[in-house]
Design a protein around this ligand. Structure first.
Ligand code: CO
Length: 142
């Protein structure tokens, strides 16, 4: 078991939208440039990162209605979806959090954007906020 971190840096804020192009427009007006869109089949989403340097915004649009983000949009509409923190080792942090009683969505890391590894913690554990851990893939990547 690893010790508790001093504090994970915020990596990005996830925002659910029905459409990545339309969803990026207000942020472009605020001066946040949009990166290329990327499809993540494992999560049933297309994503697009906005901003350069510092914490970024991740726009998420569902590939289908019967996906987590599709269900989120159907029940709540567009809006804040998750906070993502950058960690060195997603699997080790999951193990530590499990041992401390955290409720996990993902029992083990899965593939995220840009080849990263990600895992989600259940919002019922974290005050109603979906939390994502994001870390580098073994052997490199994001
Ligand atoms: Co994310």
């Amino acid at each position: 078991m690893t010790s508790a971190p001093a504090g994970w840096p915020l990596d990005h804020v996830g925002v659910a939208v029905p459409d990545l192009d339309a969803g990026a427009r207000p942020w472009a007006t605020l001066g946040l440039p949009a990166g290329p869109a990327e499809t993540i089949p494992e999560q049933g989403v297309r994503v697009r990162f906005l901003g350069a340097g510092g914490a970024r915004i991740e726009l998420l649009a569902p590939l289908r209605e019967d996906t987590p983000v599709g269900r989120f949009l159907a029940s709540r509409g567009s809006g804040l979806h998750h906070l993502a923190f950058r960690v060195d080792d997603v699997a080790a942090e999951l193990e530590r959090l499990r041992s401390e009683g955290a409720r996990l969505v993902d029992e083990r890391p899965r593939t995220g954007h840009g080849g990263s590894l990600v895992a989600f913690l259940h919002p019922s554990w974290s005050g109603g906020v979906l939390v994502e851990l994001v870390g580098p893939a073994p052997g490199g990547g994001a």
